[in-house]
Design a protein around this ligand. Structure first.
Ligand SMILES: Cc1cc2nc3c(=O)[nH]c(=O)nc-3n(C[C@H](O)[C@H](O)[C@H](O)COP(=O)(O)OP(=O)(O)OC[C@H]3O[C@@H](n4cnc5c(N)ncnc54)[C@H](O)[C@@H]3O)c2cc1C
Ligand code: FES
Length: 268
C-alpha cells in the first residue's frame, strides 16, 4: 500500500488537457506491469488516482493523464525531476497471447488509446505470432487525437491496418468522420478467428462490442477495460464494485461475457 518514489524523466504535452509522463524509480522499482494493468499515482499533498500503464520500457513507466480534477491536475503539472508516488501494478491484463494465431482487432475511443497502446507495441514486437492486425481509433475532434506521431508511424507499416475517425472534423481534416463503431463494419479481419480488444468511454464500448459481435466475432473473444472510482486498488474498500466484481482486482480488463449483463442494467 506504500507508494514508491518515481521521478519524472520526461514530460510531453499531448493534448490541451492531456500529458504523457515517463517515470523512473528513485529506489526499488515496482514489479513490471502487464499490458492492461494500472498503477495508483500519488501527487504528494493532493491524493492518488488510478492511471493505466501506457507503456513500459527498460524500467521506465509511461502514463498518459487527462486533467479532470485535483489529482490529475497535480500529476499533469509535474515537470522533469519532480517526484511522484506510485504503487502497483494492479488488476488484470489484456492477455494478448490469447489471440495467438488469429486476427487482432483493437478499438480505442479517446483516451482509451492509452491503455491499448501496450497491445500494439507487444503485437508489433511479436508480429509473426498473429494474423491480420487492425487498430481503429476514434476521437471527438482532430485536436483530441492522442499519439498523433506514433499513429502516423503505425499507419506507415504494411503489417498493421490503422483507421482513424473523428466525430467532428476541422477544415483541414481529410480522414473519416463518424463514430468509431462504423469502422468496425469494414475492418479487414476474419471475424470467427478474431480477438477484439476494446477501450474507451463505457457507452462507446457497449456499441463497439455490439458491432464486433454483429460482425461475427465470438462473444468469448471480446475483451474490454472498465473504469470505476477507486480507493484501495486491492479489493478491500468496495469503491469500485460492479455487481459481484471489484473492478480493481477482477478488472479492469474483463471479458464481454462477464460484464454484458451488468453494463446493460446500467443502460436502463
Ligand atoms: C483502471 C483505471 C484506469 C484509468 N486510466 C486512466 C489513464 O490512463 N489516464 C487518465 O487520465 N485517467 C485514467 N483513469 C481515470 C482517472 O483515474 C480519473 O480521471 C481520476 O481518478 C480523477 O481524479 P481527480 O482527483 O483528478 O478528479 P476528481 O476530483 O475525482 O474528478 C473531477 C471531475 O472529473 C470527473 N471524472 C472523474 N474521472 C473521470 C474520467 N475518467 N473521465 C472523465 N471525467 C472524470 C468526476 O466525475 C468529477 O466531475 C483511470 C481510471 C481507472 C479506474
Ligand atoms: S478500489 Fe477498493 S475494492 Fe477496488
Amino acid at each position: 500500500m506504500t507508494p514508491r518514489p518515481y521521478r519524472v524523466v520526461s514530460r510531453r504535452d499531448d493534448l490541451i488537457d492531456t500529458v504523457t509522463l515517463e517515470l523512473a524509480p528513485v529506489g526499488d522499482a515496482c514489479p513490471a506491469p502487464m499490458a492492461g494493468q494500472f498503477n495508483m499515482l500519488w501527487a504528494f499533498g493532493v491524493g492518488e488516482a488510478p492511471i493505466s500503464v501506457a507503456g513500459f520500457d527498460d524500467g521506465v513507466l509511461i502514463h498518459t493523464i487527462r486533467r479532470v480534477g485535483a489529482v490529475t491536475a497535480a500529476l499533469c503539472a509535474s515537470v522533469d525531476g519532480d517526484q511522484i508516488g506510485l504503487r502497483g501494478p494492479f488488476g488484470t491484463g489484456w492477455d494478448l497471447p490469447r489471440a495467438t494465431g488469429g486476427d487482432v482487432l483493437v478499438v480505442a475511443g479517446g483516451l482509451g488509446l492509452a491503455p491499448v497502446r501496450p497491445i500494439i507495441t507487444d503485437l508489433l514486437a511479436n508480429r509473426a505470432d498473429f494474423g491480420r492486425a487492425v487498430l481503429l481509433v476514434g476521437a471527438r475532434t482532430p485536436d483530441a487525437l492522442l499519439y498523433r506521431d506514433e499513429l502516423e508511424g503505425w499507419r506507415g507499416r504494411l503489417d498493421l491496418d490503422v483507421e482513424v475517425t473523428v466525430d467532428a472534423a476541422s477544415p483541414a481534416w481529410r480522414g473519416d468522420v463518424g463514430v468509431v463503431t462504423r469502422l468496425i463494419e469494414r475492418a479487414p479481419v476474419d471475424p470467427a478467428n478474431t480477438t477484439a480488444f476494446v477501450c474507451g468511454p463505457e457507452v462507446m464500448m457497449r456499441f463497439a462490442a455490439q458491432a464486433v459481435l454483429d460482425r461475427g466475432v465470438p462473444a468469448t473473444h471480446v475483451v474490454l477495460s472498465l473504469e470505476r472510482n477507486m480507493h484501495c486498488a486491492i479489493g478491500h474498500c468496495g469503491h469500485c464494485q460492479l455487481g459481484p466484481m471489484f473492478v480493481c482486482k477482477d478488472g479492469p480488463v474483463v471479458g464481454w461475457t462477464d460484464v454484458e449483463a451488468l453494463l446493460r442494467i446500467r443502460e436502463r
